[in-house]
Design a protein around this ligand. Sequence first.
Ligand code: GDP
Ligand code: CA
Length: 303
Amino acid sequence: MNVALLAGGLGGSRFARALAETLEPRDVTVIGNVGDDLEVAGLHISPDLDTILYTLAGLLDEERGWGRADESWNAHATAGELGAETWFQLGDRDLGLHLARSEALRRGEPLSAVTARLARALGVETTLLPATDDRLRTRIATSAGELSFQDWFVRRGHRDEVDGVSFDGADEARAAPGVLEALDGADLIAIAPSNPFVSIGPILAVGKIREALERRRVPAVAVSPLIGGRTVRGPADRMLARLAGGTGPKQVTDCYKGLIDALVVDNADADEDAGIPTIVTQTLMSDAAARRRLAEAVLAVPV
Ligand code: GDP
Ligand code: CA
């Protein structure tokens, strides 16, 4: 069974791992968000692709939810001492990956090719594709003005309420090589329990990707990032309340109108109407058994 998964960082990578552990890793193709990408000190950083890579390679700092375990911060501390901006933290081991990727991009290698090479080098068998090789950047409208994604999320700690989200470059962005093939060839399309607005939204902003979901001939299932109306981490609940009018399954479904056939919701949200068929289970991926249970619930959707 082949699954194509749309994924952001934390919820995305956890669910990618759940699928890779339950199926064969090679039967899973992860289509990752690049709307969070940024340049730091001349280096190209792809935070969501990196969280997925590190998770699937067993290298993620699971406590922090980003970056590598067993990390040190010497370069970062030195940069700060020497007057560089340090609001975006990069550990020493992590920096090594950014050096390798940035050098390859500068040579003209597309992001998808670099990502495939990094995955192979880290022993990751699951296919990881950026949604696009083109420049696509999430912009956040707030009362403090329009901010770049990382300005809002990291530098300002996502404290500004969000009035709207847009995607710079989306109109011209083409799906990266392999993405449409993965969606068209999948037996099941899944959307991870990621932030619908700023993790899945940028992927669906690529016209051909949205079209591939609209014309699907196989079931598409999303996993809700909400547990009891709250997110496990991050601002998705606040964004759903403000931009979709509530923090229940129905508001998650509304984000994926016409794109999904079922929504997986947590036991804590079972009583609420989702507007489409639901699969109710424990959705917190707290350990390997929980990950497998959730993956099996998704894979049990009638094909
Ligand atoms: P980011 O790019 O790192 O912000 O990550 P994502 O957008 O992929 O994931 C953030 C979302 O993941 C949050 O809304 C969390 O509620 C959700 N999340 C994280 N872990 C879990 C989990 O174990 N189960 C569920 N259902 N959601 C989770
Ligand atoms: Ca992200």
